[in-house]
Write a new protein. Structure first.
Lengths: 114, 114
């Protein structure tokens, strides 16, 4: 148990659906991240939030919409996705303001777009 | 831009033997951190070991140690006395410390044979 919880663990959605991924951290961290993990590709950073403010959007398509209502919660709202968006979506948190801090990851949401 | 390269897609090792996983990176920064993360089938990404670039001494953590060659931009992970529980994907990662965001390699699948 690393203190980062992601729900749901698995999600199957049609291309016209709207769904949301949720991430919650109980570590008192002030930075949260969304990563996308596709087969045979490096993990891709999607979004970074520091103290609830988005500090990085790594050229992510607008069909992915993040929301960070507070430092403990992070959402990824999904709409009109494509089959190539099927992947494992990992949430992470870190202290954010220290040079040598490690990132703690959730178990991910396995997303399948049909 | 920083890049992390793991050229070996998979490796296999006999239980109790030693295995070395390779990683190279490219950066123009002088201060940075390098990490090895483990991702078992449960998908939880777990930090294995961390190395600060300004430290010449190689980091060790029980059975895990690194060979950090800063001039060559090489960062290999050695696992001694391999155990069945070491079977997982291993990711090399880099961070400049800015928001602690991580740049990952593609990962290597390690199988420990009984």
């Amino acid at each position: 148990e690393t203190g980062v919880t992601q729900t749901p663990r698995h999600l199957v959605m049609g291309m016209t659906n709207k769904k949301s991924l949720k991430c919650e951290q109980h570590l008192g961290h002030n930075a949260m991240y969304w990563y996308k993990q596709s087969a045979k590709k490096p993990l891709e950073l999607m979004f970074v939030y520091n103290f609830k403010e988005q500090t990085e959007n790594n050229s992510v398509p607008s069909r992915f919409s993040p929301e960070c209502p507070n430092s403990s919660h992070l959402f990824l709202h999904l709409h009109t996705l494509q089959p190539e968006d099927s992947a494992l979506y990992l949430c992470a948190s870190s202290q954010g303001d220290r040079f040598n801090t490690e990132a703690f990851f959730g178990q991910g949401t396995r997303l399948t777009v049909v | 831009a920083q890049t992390v390269t793991q050229s070996q897609p998979e490796m296999s090792v006999q239980e109790a033997e030693t295995v070395t996983l390779s990683c190279t990176y490219d950066t123009s920064e002088n201060n940075y951190y390098l990490f090895w993360y483990k991702q078992p089938p449960s998908r939880q990404m777990i930090l294995v070991i961390r190395q600060e670039a300004y430290k010449q001494q190689n980091a060790t953590e029980n059975r895990f140690s690194v060979n950090f060659q800063k001039a060559a931009k090489s960062f290999s992970l050695k696992i001694s006395d391999s155990q069945l529980g070491d079977t997982a994907m291993y990711f090399c990662a880099y961070s400049t410390g800015a928001n602690s965001k991580l740049t990952f390699g593609k990962g290597i699948t390690l199988s420990v044979r009984p």
